[in-house]
Ligand binder design. Structure first.
Ligand code: ADP
Ligand code: ASP
Ligand code: MG
Length: 416
């Protein structure tokens, strides 16, 4: 019997009314003869509330305890959904991550899934039960609860689907698919029927929060068919229609070759830029600046080093905004003196806007079109980075939405 994994996000689980709808939708699939595993998120706002409570008590709460607290939102969700399913006559059983078990590495608040024991889940499925597993959480070798990073329920769902060799993983959310850009920012954004795995990976890594990046990595590594679709339609929508709705992540490389050069625009508001200036231009400097940043577990994204003038240069890079103060501390307390730099300056009010598309491989002029569009809007580009299928620019955060709208229009994305 074919197995399907359903994932429901926070909005989809946002009230008992919504949970009743989730139960009806899940029951519909089960009645059609599928084995079903459901991976829900915490009710919307709940994870923020829980983390907020911890932060009321400490600026830097112990990550182990933070995971203990943040993971409880999903535990409530699975129990509520099991009760809702039982109330409409279905056999359903809920499990926390440690009960399955979903085994992770040792890092708290952004743990990675290492393996999933599928025996218990398979046994329940074979007994006709609907199995509900907490998203977002796992357990490490010490038996401590871990969480997978914000938005991590997507990753739980795709990883569970891969471990159980499911036929498909359906990510039900509050939009009806993956759009050319966030439809909440550009109302003309258009839904994509398919998006290539590579493009989805870029979009997720560049800030489109519709899927957590690690879920896309799992989908790619295990070639797991993954579809993003709406949980807000009529739960009794005919299954044949629902099964073909939304956006399918495709593993065929050239799906878009004949179509648009640009598939999507992603943006990330959570950026910060740091410049170490007056740095001696000699071997080892990049390492001496970025080594201590890496040692502090801070991820670096864009990097530029200028040509040197009279043996001195400037070195600029970006870090996640929530790590900005920590990175500035690392540089100001030691690194600056050590490398004899003139100074360190930072700007935490920057955003990154990226255009993504596999079509870029076979088209020229995308970068110049992008830069021209931004110039016409009077938007200054602070940094640029490119790969084969994306171009990213760093700009002042106050122009972020304007830039996304202008680029969406300039590349004709509303009607491609
Ligand atoms: P869930 O709680 O279901 O996990 P999320 O809020 O994490 O939902 O992700 C869905 C949201 O992602 C949408 O409401 C939308 O605002 C945002 N989003 C960002 N980029 C895109 C995009 N390209 N296509 C669709 N949604 C996007
Ligand atoms: N509840 C977690 C969060 O808010 C995980 C998720 O929703 O995917 O980040
Ligand atoms: Mg999400």
């Amino acid at each position: 019997m074919a197995l399907i994994v359903h994932k429901y996000g926070g909005t989809s689980m946002g009230s008992t009314e919504r949970i009743k709808n989730v139960a009806k939708r899940v029951a519909k699939w089960h009645d059609a003869g599928y084995q079903i595993v459901v991976v829900p998120s915490a009710m919307s706002g709940e994870t923020n509330r829980l983390i907020g409570l911890a932060k009321e008590l400490s600026d830097q709460p112990d990550p182990r305890e933070l995971d203990m607290i943040a993971s409880t939102g999903e535990q409530v969700s699975v129990g509520l959904l099991a009760i809702a399913l039982q109330a409409i006559g279905k056999q359903a059983v809920s499990y926390a991550g440690w009960q399955v078990a979903i085994n992770t590495d040792m890092s708290h608040t952004k743990a990675r899934i290492a393996s999933i024991d599928e025996v218990k889940v398979k046994r329940d499925l074979d007994a006709g039960k609907i199995v509900i597993i907490t998203g977002f959480q796992g357990v490490n070798e010490n038996g401590d609860i871990t969480t997978l990073g914000r938005g991590g329920s997507d990753t739980s769902a795709v990883a569970v689907a891969a471990a159980l060799k499911a036929q498909e993983c359906l990510i039900f959310t509050d939009v009806d698919g993956v759009y050319t850009t966030d439809p909440r920012v550009v109302s003309e954004a258009r839904r994509l029927k398919t998006v290539t795995f590579e493009e989805m990976l870029e979009m997720a890594s560049l800030g489109s929060k519709v899927l957590q990046i690690r879920s896309v990595e799992f989908a790619g590594n295990y070639k797991m068919p993954t579809r993003v679709l709406s949980s807000l339609t009529d739960p009794l929508l005919p299954l044949e229609i629902e099964a073909n709705s939304g956006t399918l992540i495709s593993f065929e490389e050239d799906t878009h070759m004949e179509q648009a050069t640009i598939t999507g625009i992603a943006f990330n508001r959570d950026e910060a830029k740091i410049t170490v200036f007056g740095v001696p231009d000699k071997p080892g400097i990049a390492f001496q600046i970025l080594g201590p940043i890496a040692d502090a577990n801070i991820e670096v994204d864009m990097i530029i080093q200028n040509q040197s003038v009279e043996g001195k240069t400037d070195f600029t890079f970006t870090v996640p905004r929530n790590e900005f103060n920590k990175a500035m501390d690392v540089l100001s307390n030691g690194v600056k003196q050590h490398i004899q730099a003139t100074g360190v300056i930072g700007d935490a009010k920057v955003s990154k806007v990226s255009v993504v598309g596999v079509g870029m491989r076979s088209h020229v002029g995308i970068a110049s079109q992008m830069f021209k569009t931004l110039a016409e809007e009077g938007i200054n580009i602070q940094m640029i980075s490119t790969s084969e299928i994306k171009i990213s620019v760093l700009i002042d955060e106050k122009y972020m939405e304007l830039a996304v709208r202008a680029l969406h229009k300039a590349f004709g994305m509303e009607n491609t």
